[in-house]
Design a protein around this ligand. Sequence first.
Ligand SMILES: Cc1ncc(COP(=O)(O)O)c(C=O)c1O
Length: 419
Amino acid sequence: MEAAISFHDRRQDLRRLKRVVEWSRYFAESLRANQSQGQLRQRGGPAAHADASSGNPGASENGASRLRLDFGSNDYLGLSRNPAVLAALSECFQSGSRASPVLCGYSSAHRRLEAALARMMRSEDALVFSSGYAANLGVIACLAGAGDLILSDQLNHACLIDGCRLSRARTQIFPHNDVGFVRDFLQANRHQFERVLIITESVFSMDGDLADLRSLTDLADQYGSGLLVDEAHATGVYGPGGCGMLGELGLEGRCLAKLGTLSKALGNVGGYVGGSRLLIDYLINHCRSYIFSTAAATSIMYAAEAALAEMLKMDTERRELRQRAMYVRHALRQQGWHVPLAGQQGQPDDSPIIPVVVGAETVALELSERLLQQGIYVPAIRPPTVPEGTSRLRISLSAEHDHEAVQRLATAMGQALGR
Ligand SMILES: Cc1ncc(COP(=O)(O)O)c(C=O)c1O
């Protein structure tokens, strides 16, 4: 009997081992394919090794890291290290929220932040999520469903794409910023669908260019559709008090849902949506990534509320940031780099996300490494984050970069071209 059991056990062990080998082979083959295409990713990048206490964005002067200047973060106003924000953290009565917001995870700190965000967006109400990804995924998936239509810009962020997929609505991707396509499609097909959502970013994350929000808003009105705008990269940078591009253009009241994150200019982590009180009540009752997830950390509510108060006051920093962005764009184009325009039809060319499109993954990686050798971190962005053949360096400016820092960047980019 004992022998029989051990024979059975050994067979089970062998089967388990075979499965481990099969999975390992599958993982290794996938990673080899990533590597051979120049698309292998790692956690952190060089900034992970920098001294977080140095006060310089991602910088270290102690020789332990080669990094002196970080052009990879989305901390557009440097608020992740702002003293008032750090002080607010120390006033917090608990770190985590301990439960879903529809149970006991929602506190007065959550309410205060939501009220402040709603005021900033000129919305009736707002709802905070534990990440921008969770906000976008959940909101889209519960605003549209089978029998509905979503029109989504070709360059929308992965979480917007995933939200469309999860919704089970018919999703029509439109060529980047092609308002004519949206108009024609709605004219021909609007009648077939009950509800229609048009989804765009206001500042695109990997190209730094601006959507034509006026035209999209007009089309949404004309064809009885809802407009959903992701302001992740516009908040803090555009609009009065940094309220975003909808605010800059005076379109806040004509948008069904305004999405944003606490993780870019607000220097923390988390996401939010602004809209009518009815929309927010609907989301509280239907949005699965809100209901079935622990509420955003209470400590983050404290820090984000303080960051938001700081952000509203930073018009000078915003203006200087955008001026420096224009300076860098101009300098790089003069050197011969391909830096696509951020704005069309009279829109400004001043977004702090500056793509330097080089084409091949290997070229982007090599350039990034060459800059790093001079202590400058600029990440290489490769497919699938951007379309094949459009690998790039993505320069991300912050108000913490002074004129000297952007000059050093421009000089290093010139040297990388051999100029
Ligand atoms: C346009 C856009 N939307 C949403 C997100 C997701 O936000 P979060 O990082 O807060 O999850 C990102 C993140 O990079 C983004 O670029």
